[in-house]
Ligand binder design. Structure first.
Ligand SMILES: O=P(O)(O)OC[C@H]1O[C@](O)(COP(=O)(O)O)[C@@H](O)[C@@H]1O
Ligand SMILES: [Mn+2]
Length: 626
């Protein structure tokens, strides 16, 4: 063998050792969250307390050494270093204590990773010091003096704040290796933009898109109807901040126009305002008017899509045309209902779906502004790049909504251009439409752009999961029976183990995996169990969304999958960041074990492990080794 070959062989074999050793390490921890709905502070707290794992790790290391109050203080120091480290004066002795504790915890939480992975996560400036502190450590020897000097130099050089803050970041980084977000980042809450900013900084994350993300993606991609829906929901919840401050959009034209054509109207006043709401009476009137204007624009634009896409089979939603002449009643089927809170002055009986010139100008101007907003573009590009309709990960299947199916469990198909798509193929079909529409934001009415709106509200959408969306009836008809949005049979069938196994098979997964689902708030108050189908189906939308907490009774489920077990975490409602910090108020989580592993799961059992195994095998084969 040539010398060069020999060197290459040595390299390759060293790599084989490496690849095979890594597989024996414990599997890294995954954290699953869903339905964030703009609740940035609650989301942010979950990111900081890692759904309760930080507390568990502190207890592992410090029980017997620290009181529970001291453990709590340490936990909050790790959650909110900008307050508990950066704003607190400490004596040298106090610093020494804190640094020792943080290093001890970092050592514990990093112990299951390779040195190389830990090194990559470290801030470069402290890499050398940290390696000394994490790896050369030997409790009983005379090295303590050496560590003490490292710590005192850090303190003396005024680096303690910075060093301690970096340690808190590292701890959080190691405690959760990978984050899964199962969709619905946008709508109802005020700060989805801040959530996306955080996700963009998260080292390892995947996102499954939700129906409320889709409308914002649609808006960027040129769908005027999606844009109108997104604006309508923002106004319905009284949030102009996201548009005006978050994305730099001026609502002035819409505001002026609505002042001219709309008045106060009970059905359109913003929902869910609490005592802290900064909105004045004038703001509320303002929003109420704009809300009506955009709702009418939305209905017209939606009707235009329904008319140009008979294949969507949504003609029964052409409701503006069903208003009777004086618009005080509407006939649906053979029942005529009175209209309450109507605001149809700009709906012409002869051409109910046509926008007035001013409406047309307003919606195009809003689209233009939004597409030109660099921050909005950055957020949507990120969602389209990192987001998917579904994800298979370590033999689990993750998606937000559903697999549309018939009552007997057949996956429902949608037909386009002679092709029919159902189940996984349907999700792939929608995923492709999203990519195409997003790549052509200047086109407003192509099939792909219209499909994004269909994903929001069509009965064979994998994200909506209901037979029809009753927005019109919910605003304008008193009779609640007309408001009912029937769920797709999927939501009954997902209680059944065989059905869940069929879905796992559809996606090429073994039936030992879980389906992890968001989208429908689990009504814990009514005794609904988030673990369904004999443990095959885990539903993790408990509703961070405040608007839904009345029904759920809790503030959401998250899921943790570590090397020992899979467990759900039920969270109690979060108040505010300020309250949390002032009163050490954690979202105290309760664990619900889904399954405990008989043997600790290793990297070998994961997708990454399979990849590493393949690489090792190829290298062995290259040198004719078994
Ligand atoms: O309660 P709101 O904000 O009016 O929204 C209700 C609408 O949202 C939907 O429930 C969809 O949102 P979810 O994904 O949160 O269920 C529609 O079915 C319904 O028409
Ligand atoms: Mn949803």
């Amino acid at each position: 063998m040539e010398n060069n070959d020999k060197l290459q062989q040595l390299d390759d074999l060293a790599e084989v050792i490496n690849l095979e050793a890594i597989q024996q390490l414990p599997k890294a921890t995954e954290h699953f969250i869903s339905d964030l709905h703009g609740e940035f502070e609650a989301f942010d707290h979950l990111m900081r307390n890692c759904s309760g794992i930080i507390r568990i790790k502190i207890a592992d290391v410090f029980t017997g050494e620290l009181t529970s109050r001291e453990q709590e203080q340490l936990a909050f120091t790790i959650y909110y270093p900008e307050v508990f480290i950066q704003e607190k004066d400490r004596s040298s002795d106090e610093w020494l204590i804190l640094l020792n504790r943080l290093v001890k915890l970092t050592r514990h939480v990093s112990s299951k990773y390779t040195r190389s992975k830990v090194r990559k996560a470290m801030p470069k400036v402290y890499a050398y010091i940290l390696e000394e502190l994490l790896y050369q450590y030997d409790q009983d020897t005379n090295k303590q003096a050496y560590y003490d000097v490292i710590f005192s130099s850090i303190i003396e050089l005024d680096l303690a704040v910075n060093f301690a803050t970096e340690l808190t970041t590292l701890i959080k980084r190691f405690v959760v290796d990978h984050l899964h977000v199962l969709g619905d980042i946008y709508d109802r809450g005020a700060y989805p933009d801040l959530i996306i900013d955080t996700l963009m900084q998260t080292p390892s994350v995947d996102i499954q898109l939700g129906n409320h993300d889709i409308i914002w993606i649609g808006a960027y991609s040129g769908s005027l109807a999606c844009l109108a829906v997104a604006l309508r929901i923002s106004l319905r919840y009284g949030h102009t901040r996201l548009l005006e401050e978050g994305y730099g959009i001026s609502l002035d034209r819409l505001r002026k126009f609505s002042e001219q054509f709309y008045q106060d109207n009970a059905a359109f006043r913003p929902r869910g305002l609490d005592a802290q709401s900064p909105l004045t009476d004038d703001d509320i009137l303002d929003i109420t008017r704009m809300h009506q204007a955009i709702t009418i624009i939305q209905f017209k634009l939606e009707n235009q899509i329904i008319n140009r896409r008979p294949e969507f089979e949504m003609e029964d939603r052409l409701l503006l045309g069903k208003l009777n002449d004086d618009k005080s009643t509407i006939t649906l089927g053979d029942v005529t209902y009175p209209i309450k809170d109507g605001c149809f002055d700009l709906v012409d009986s002869d051409s109910p779906d046509e926008l007035h010139l001013a409406e047309e100008l307003i919606i195009h101007d809003l689209l233009h502004q939004l597409q030109q907003s660099p921050r909005f573009k950055e957020h949507i590009d990120f969602l389209v790049k990192e987001g998917s309709m579904y994800q298979t990960y370590n033999n689990n299947l993750l998606f937000h909504g559903c697999i549309p199916c018939s009552e007997d469990g057949e996956f429902l198909a949608i037909n386009f251009n002679g092709e029919s798509y159902a189940g996984k193929a349907l999700m792939d079909f929608y995923a492709n439409a999203i990519q195409v529409a997003h790549a052509n934001p200047q086109v407003n009415d192509d099939l792909e752009t219209d499909l994004i709106w269909y994903i929001w509200s069509g009965d064979r959408s994998s994200l909506f999961g209901k037979h029809t969306m009753k927005t019109f009836e919910r605003y304008f008809i008193e009779d609640k029976a007309t408001h009912k949005e029937k769920q797709n049979p999927y939501y009954q069938l997902r209680e059944d183990e065989a059905f869940c196994e069929k879905i796992l098979n559809e996606f090429g997964l073994e039936t030992s995996g879980y389906i992890i689902n968001g989208h429908t708030p689990v009504k814990a108050l009514l005794g609904e169990n988030p673990i369904k189908a004999g443990g095959k189906m885990l539903v993790i939308d408990g509703g961070l969304s405040r608007a839904y907490q009345k029904e759920t009774g809790i503030a959401g489920y998250t899921l943790i999958d570590n090397s020992h077990e899979t467990y759900l975490v039920a969270h109690h409602p979060f108040t505010t960041k300020a309250d949390a910090i002032e009163n050490y108020r954690d979202i105290i989580p309760e664990q619900i074990i889904v399954s405990k592993r008989i043997e600790r799961a290793k990297v070998h059992d994961t997708d990454i492990g399979h990849q590493l195994e393949k690489e090792a095998r190829q290298l062995r084969e290259k040198w004719f080794l078994k």
